[in-house]
Design a protein around this ligand. Sequence first.
Ligand code: GDP
Ligand code: MG
Length: 371
Amino acid sequence: MRPGTNLGFSCGIVGLPNAGKTTLFNALTGHGAPAGAYPFTTIAPNHGSVLVPDVRLAALGAIMRSERQVPTTIHLVDIAGLVRGASRGEGLGNEFLGHIREVDAIIHVVRCFRAPGVAHVDGTVNPVRDVQTLATELCLADLETVDRRKERAQSRLKGATAPALTELDLLDGLAASLNQGVALRSAPLTPAAQALARMMCLLTAKPVVYVGNHDEGGGDPAGEAGLAALATLACQEQAAMVPVCAQLESELVELDPAERASFMAALGVQTLGVERLVLVSYQTLNLITFFTGNSKEVRARTLTAGGTAHQAAGQVHSDMARGFIRAEVIPSSELIRAGSLAAARERGLVRLEGRDYVVADGDVLYFRFSS
Ligand SMILES: Nc1nc2c(ncn2[C@@H]2O[C@H](COP(=O)(O)OP(=O)(O)O)[C@@H](O)[C@H]2O)c(=O)[nH]1
Ligand SMILES: [Mg+2]
């Protein structure tokens, strides 16, 4: 699940027990994993894929007369609720944090709904306190990882090699931030320290998106105040916050599209929070979409912004990257305006680009390669 591979991009869902993580996972994936009003309902992590909505796909499918339209996806991992002391093995323990070491970004679900029937580990609903509880656990978990690596670097130091010395300095810098409870993503790190934190898959170095999980319809001043407090906290951290009604949306996802539309109209809901969340996560991960297609299928695919035509070819197939010759490129907006690839070619809108061409969001790519 590393960036730039065919396995795609992934987000790990974290939060206290009963924050609504599994409910959100179900709303995102339409999976129907069991959610319950007791802490630790989730034991083994749930894995799933979420479709990234993109209106350009349908328009391109119509132009290419494709039989199938295949949206791009983000991989999701929903883990057990973490409690205070998780990094020391409380609750289901630290091993569960291991399930999210490999993800590219973190979705932090924060409870802003009251629901007296649903227990809260700390008795009351308080989003800012809950964020801090979890953030502390993630810092402690990272600190443990850093300390273990420091021990190894120190033992190598007996031969006093320069790399071990440098690494030890970098690790000390990481530990200093974590000891102050500062997430590495917010710490003023040198590029070398940032690279080490990423290489070690440290949790607090990953980008985060906060989800304020609230009840629909407003009319709950405490819930509204909680959302506002969470939004302020996210702003201070320069992170994104998306309000989502996970319970409602997990029910809507079960309906067929027509029924869902009429329910949403009746509730006065225009867009689903989960759709906004997917798009915000996409932006947070600095991802773009390009398209490939023919009469069989048109497909949206994901690339890190700044990725080249050669890397894009590698997303499609390793053979295409290996035998890459050139790519024909046209922005989807121009192809859609032209009405067909033939018309676009006639008007000279299709460019030939080499392997180092930097792909733009929305580009349609036709690869020429030798097999
Ligand atoms: N009222 C209300 N209940 C919710 C909401 N989201 C989740 N729940 C309920 O809270 C309980 C715990 O949810 P779950 O998704 O299992 O939490 P997790 O422990 O974070 O995975 C379940 O009974 C859900 O139905 C919400 O937005 N509003
Ligand atoms: Mg759960």
